[in-house]
Write a protein that binds this ligand. Structure first.
Ligand code: SAM
Length: 286
């Protein structure tokens, strides 16, 4: 019997459930990688609808079809607010998507990235050459280690810190603790900006509430911004913007934004401003 016949029988789906009761399911064209690192299960699937995707511990990290939304929003919002973001620290971010966007800012002189799992970087380089091109940027200093330990012992100072963590599970749980945010703040230069992904206000209200309560103890300005990310649970995803001196709207650098004229697919000036307008239920959480 020809392969064509069997192909129609191929009926493999990847399903990510929220609370085991609701979720997203994607039909799989091909399983490209499946393995286990010291820290987590790592899978790469090719899907019909979203292209290739990286899955860690059973959770979608990104898909080729919608990764640009998350990576543009977590990077360009702080980098178009800070007046001179020369030193950027990225915690997590092993897929390379965030440093891909950060490296598009010529004013950034050095990028330090602390990723706990070297295998995620290797897998991303192998299966996602476009996503992972930031790893070859000469400004990058890539360190393999625990981000929470790093901010405790590092002596460096940064204008922008980006916490590109997965969900608060396994090695990433520590990246949602007050102690981590407190140590991360000590690494910020005067007037610096810290942004972090802060899960879904729709699906994870308790995580959001706790995270913002920690951040409000540490920073004068703590604002949520959000975007639509179809492959993430509930598709409503949030980020926090934290700074003692800078405000994401009052200090938006219009001239730099116009001068750079970055070719983006989601982020733009209207989205930058609109993303900080929250649904009432999200406002009440923070
Ligand atoms: N955009 C994705 C999301 O919102 O879930 C996350 C992107 S990236 C794949 C997350 C990275 O954080 C992973 O590569 C994971 O290995 C890394 N990570 C988890 N815990 C960490 C820790 N304690 N220190 C540094 N990196 C960590």
């Amino acid at each position: 019997m020809s392969f064509k016949y069997f192909e129609n029988l191929w009926n493999l789906w990847y399903t990510e459930l929220h609370n085991g009761t609701a979720g997203l399911t994607l039909k799989i064209k091909k399983v490209l990688y499946s393995g286990e690192s010291k820290f987590q299960r790592i899978e790469v699937f090719d899907t019909y609808e979203y292209g290739k995707m990286l899955v860690l511990y059973g959770s979608i990290m990104f898909t080729e079809r919608d990764e640009f939304i998350y990576h543009e929003m977590i990077s360009h919002v702080p980098l178009f607010v800070h007046p001179s973001p020369e030193e950027v620290l990225v915690i997590g971010g092993g897929d390379g998507g965030t440093i891909k966007e950060v490296s598009r800012h010529p004013g950034v002189k050095r990028i330090k990235m602390v990723e706990i799992d070297q295998q995620v970087v290797e897998i991303s380089k192998k299966f996602f050459p476009i996503m992972s091109k930031g790893f070859s940027d000469p400004r990058l200093n890539l360190i393999f280690g625990d981000g929470a330990e790093f901010v405790k012992t590092d002596t460096g100072k940064y204008e922008v810190i980006i916490i590109d963590s997965p969900d608060p599970i396994g090695p990433a749980d520590v990246l949602f603790k007050e102690e981590f945010f407190s140590n991360a703040k000590k690494r910020l230069r005067e007037g610096g900006i810290l942004v972090a992904q802060t899960e879904s206000p729709f699906y994870h209200p308790d995580i959001v509430k706790n995270t913002y309560s920690y951040l409000r103890k540490l920073f004068s300005n703590v604002l949520m911004y959000w975007s639509w990310i179809p492959a993430y649970p509930s598709a409503m995803w949030s980020f926090c913007f934290c700074s003692d001196k800078l405000h994401p709207l009052k200090n938006f650098r219009e001239e730099k934004y116009m001068e750079l004229g970055l070719e983006t697919k989601y982020y733009n000036k209207g989205i930058h401003f609109g993303a900080f307008s929250l649904p009432t239920f999200a406002e009440k959480l923070i």
